[in-house]
Design a binder for this molecule. Sequence first.
Ligand code: FAD
Ligand code: NAP
Length: 446
Amino acid sequence: MTKVAIIGAGPCGLSMLRSFEQAEKKGEKIPEIVCFEKQEDWGGLWNYSWRTGSDQYGDPVPNSMYRYLWSNGPKECLEFADYSFDEHFGNPIPSFPPREVLYDYILGRVTKGNLKDKVRFNTCVTGVVYSENNFEITSHDKVNDKFSKDIFDYVVVSTGHFSVPFIPEYLGMKSFPGRILHSHDFRDAEEFRGKNVIVLGSSYSAEDVALQCHKYGAKSVTIGYRHNPMGFKWPSGVKEVFYLDRLEGNKAIFKDGHEQEADAIILCSGYLHHFPFLSEDLKLKTGNRLYPPKLYKGVVLQNNHKLLYLGMQDQFHTFNMFDCQAWFARDVVMGKIKIPNNSEIEKDINKWVSMEEKLENPDQMIDFQTEYTKELHNLSDYPKIDFELIRTHFKEWEHHKVEDIMTYRNNSFSSPVTGSVAPIHHTPWASAMDDSLKNFLNKSKN
Ligand SMILES: Cc1cc2nc3c(=O)[nH]c(=O)nc-3n(C[C@H](O)[C@H](O)[C@H](O)COP(=O)(O)OP(=O)(O)OC[C@H]3O[C@@H](n4cnc5c(N)ncnc54)[C@H](O)[C@@H]3O)c2cc1C
Ligand SMILES: NC(=O)c1ccc[n+]([C@@H]2O[C@H](COP(=O)([O-])OP(=O)(O)OC[C@H]3O[C@@H](n4cnc5c(N)ncnc54)[C@H](OP(=O)(O)O)[C@@H]3O)[C@@H](O)[C@H]2O)c1
C-alpha cells in the first residue's frame, strides 16, 4: 500500500487530510497516511501560543500570530468550497473575523471524522532523505524524547513559511536601550501602550502591527519602509518615513533625515522558507513570491515528483487555494493526474514565473493568483466555488484599504459558496477591543 507522510497540520496539512477523507467517502481506496505535527495540537499559526523562542522541549516555536489579530482579508475570499461559513456557524457572520473565529472555522470540518487519529502530535520531523524510490523520515517524539525512522512513498511538505523570521541588523542596535523584536515574537500590543514605536517594513505585518500598536495606545508609531511606502492615509499618531539609517542611543535616524525617539523597534522584515529537515536535493529555495520556481503547478518539486509542497506561495488566496493544491496533490499521489515529461514541466513553470515577473500592482497580482488557483481547481473534483467573485472581492478590498486603512475591516462581502451577504459587525474594528469568539458571534446575532 502507498504510504504518504504529511509534515505539518496547519491549514495546508489539514487540507491534505481532508482531500483524502473526501476521496474515501466517494468509495476510493486511499493510501496509508501519517501526519507529523510538532505542536501539541493542530491549526498551525492559527493555534495561538503565548510562547516565543522555544517550547518546553527546546524546539523553536512556529507561532507568529498575536492577540487581537483579525483577518486582514475578507473571510469570503478564503472560504472552503466544501464547508461554508454559514454551515459552520449556522448563520451569516461579518466579513473580517478575529483569529479565534477563523481558528474555529478551520477546525470545524476536520473534527467531525477521525482525521485526528492520523496525526502524530508533539512530533517534529528532523530528517527527510530520498533513496531507492522512497523517503526515509526521521522524527522526534518530543514528549518521550525518542527518535523514529519510517519509510514513505510520498512526502507532502506543509510546514508553512511564516515561522522563521528574517532578522536584519542596523547600526546602533547593540547599544539601543529599548526593546528590539521581530513581528514573529510580537504577541500583545498592550505592551507598547504609551511608547514610541518604530516599525520596519512595508508589507502586511508592518501595516497590521503598526495599526495594532496605535489602536492599543502607543504614543507614536513610525514606520520605516525600505523600497516602497505602503502609502495609506495613516491616522494621526502614525507616520511612514524612508528607511532606517541607524540608531544613536534611543534615537532612530532615517535616511530622509527624519529623527524619532524610540522605546521599541519591531522588525516586520518577513520570513525565511526554511526546511532544515530536508536533504539538500529536496529543499525548495525561494523568497516570498507568488510563484516559487521549481514547483510544477506550484506543488510538485521539479526534480522529485514524489515530493509535494503546499502553500509555499506569497498569499492573497489562502485556504481555498490550499484546498485546490491539496486536491491536486492527492490526485497525483493516487495516480489520477499524470505528471508530464520534463520539458513540459519546464515550459509550464517558466510560463508562470515569467508572467509573475511582469506583475506591477496589487490588482495584477490578484489576477495572477486567481488564474493560478482556477487552473488548479479545474484539475480536480474540488467542489464548485466562484473564483470570479473572489477576484472581484479582493480588488474591492484593496480599494477599501486605499480609501481608509482604519475602516476597511468594517465592510461586508458576499459568499462565493452560498451567496449569502455578511452582516455588518456590531462594532467598528478600530473600537472593537474584545476580539473573543463569544463577543464576535453573540453580538453579531443582534
Ligand atoms: C501574522 C500572520 C497573520 C496571518 N493572517 C492571515 C489572515 O488573516 N488570513 C489568511 O488567510 N492568512 C493569514 N496568514 C497567512 C498564513 O500563512 C495562512 O493563513 C496559514 O496559516 C498557512 O498555513 P500552512 O499550513 O501553510 O502553515 P502554518 O499555519 O505555519 O502551519 C504549519 C504547521 O507545520 C508544523 N511544522 C513545522 N515544521 C514542522 C516539522 N519539522 N515537523 C512537524 N511539524 C512541523 C507547524 O507546527 C505548524 O503547525 C497570516 C500569517 C501570519 C504570519
Ligand atoms: N491578519 C493579519 O492582519 C496579518 C497581519 C500580519 C501578517 N499577516 C500575513 O503574514 C504574512 C507575512 O507578511 P509579512 O509582512 O511578515 O512578510 P512579507 O509580506 O514577506 O514582507 C516582508 C517585508 O519585509 C521588508 N524587509 C525585508 N528586509 C528588510 C530590511 N532589511 N529592512 C527593512 N525592511 C525589510 C520587505 O520590504 P521590501 O518590500 O522593501 O523588500 C517587506 O516589506 C502575509 O501572508 C500576511 O498576509 C496577516
